[in-house]
Design a protein around this ligand. Structure first.
Ligand SMILES: Nc1ncnc2c1ncn2[C@@H]1O[C@H](COP(=O)(O)OP(=O)(O)OP(=O)(O)O)[C@@H](O)[C@H]1O
Length: 231
């Protein structure tokens, strides 16, 4: 279980997160919605250890995350699918997947079959360079690379951004499957409302560094939320 309690984060003098509290539990998808620039990516950077928080507490499976560097958070079971995918363009698909091995004990350093069950295209392309894949294939690779790390918390930053509809469906099915397996908490940052609504168990909407609305899926007021997401 991830519990984020009242965190602040600053980039120099600029405050990007203000008193943000959110949680994510195994077997559930928590989605974070919001317009461009409201702090969604910053929240994920705080969780994965790319950016230090300036106040509040982040607790993961009983450990204070602030005491762990980014690599230790990966070893603690936190994996990220970053915005823009961050595939290594000159490495092959196989090598990109193997970059997830660093956080794993030796016995687990293989690509789980599940990656190819969820995204069969990756199996056909193992020898191709990451940079030669389409955007959608790169997104599947980014998710596959995160799954190689056997995460118990998976954070995804706008996985549908710039992706064609058929691959968005594949990604949605993969997230549902991982959720239903029950052992993984999923934190999904999205701007694509329908995708997030269909997948989530609970939601939070951010605006200017704060959470301005949150609740369970049942309590989502579509008109109100779409209003909060419209520029
Ligand atoms: N490295 C940085 N240095 C300074 N300010 C930053 C940095 N990264 C982000 N910011 C600022 O922090 C605020 C939140 O940005 P963030 O990227 O977290 O938003 P976002 O909701 O993820 O937006 P998007 O959907 O465009 O990715 C913005 O005002 C942004 O300009």
């Amino acid at each position: 279980m991830l519990n984020i309690d009242n965190i602040d984060l600053h980039y120099g003098a600029a405050q990007a997160l203000r008193g943000v509290s959110i949680s994510a539990e195994p077997g559930k998808v928590t989605t974070v919605l919001g317009r461009n620039g409201v702090g969604k990516t910053t929240l994920l950077r705080a969780i994965t250890g790319r950016q230090p928080i300036s106040a509040g507490r982040m607790d993961w499976e009983g450990t204070d995350l602030s005491t762990l560097r980014a690599d230790a958070r990966a070893r603690a079971g936190i994996a990220s699918v970053p915005q823009g995918r961050e595939i290594f363009p000159l490495l092959t698909v196989q090598e990109n997947l193997e970059t997830g091995f660093g956080a794993l004990p030796r016995a687990l350093r293989h690509v789980p079959d599940e990656v190819f069950t969820l995204f069969p295209v990756l199996k056909d392309m193992l020898g191709r360079r990451g940079g030669d894949l389409s955007g959608g294939q790169q997104q599947q690779l980014a998710i596959g690379r995160a799954l190689v790390m056997r995460p118990r918390l998976l954070v995804l930053d706008e996985p549908t951004e710039g992706i064609q509809p058929s691959i968005i469906q594949d990604i949605g099915r993969a997230i549902s499957y991982l959720r239903d397996r029950g052992d993984m908490a999923i934190l999904l940052v999205e701007q694509y409302f329908d995708f997030a609504r269909d997948l989530c168990d609970s939601f939070a909407v951010m605006d200017r560094g704060q959470i301005v609305k949150s609740g369970t899926r049942d309590s989502m007021d579509e008109a109100e939320l779409r209003g909060l997401l419209t520029v």
